[in-house]
Ligand binder design. Sequence first.
Ligand code: GLN
Length: 214
Amino acid sequence: MSRPARGKVWEPSSLGGLPDSGPRVGVVALQGGVREHAELLIGLGARPVYLRTPDDLVGPDGLRVDALVLPGGESSTIDRLLRIFELGEPLKAAICAGLPTLGTCAGLVLLARDVLDPAPGQGSLGILDVSVRRNAFGPQVDSAEELLETTLGPTRVAFIRAPRIETVGADVDVLARRGDAMVAVRQGPVLGTSFHPELTGEPTFHRWLLNQIT
Ligand code: GLN
């Protein structure tokens, strides 16, 4: 698949037509479940913009996107690629400046202040005031789809090698628990989930993200 011109909405042919209006949502597209987020966003009338390099995020006139998604995948791999592609620092600056952001699973790990059991050399963006433990609900074979009560309403989501949120700072709201484990949190316009809403087509969290855009 060929790369789009910088700053253009990337239109993978397999996604069909994209809306030509609506908020532009950057989806970090270095590794992991990118396409499912793009499909959900399109379903909600937004335009996904795949982000790989700093130029995809910031142009001469400033930010090219209105909101951001950090997808699931393997957080240590995405962390490494963010540094190789020099996208991590501009992302951090944009989120700290108030860009509404949703991180799912590995995306939550990347947003966390502390990763308690990092892979060798693994870092994080250190934005959400939480600590997380990776793979805390078991390996891939323990993956589960379930209906989860959240403060945003009941949601159908998938847990796959999901991280557990171990501690939260004073400014962090807990949106959902699984048993006694915290699995969704919000700090201002940044929301992180241990689970994948995009794999079940659950729109609640993406709708929340779009509602944060001012
Ligand atoms: N356990 C993975 C990690 O640490 C996340 C898994 C996922 O995103 N489904 O990155």
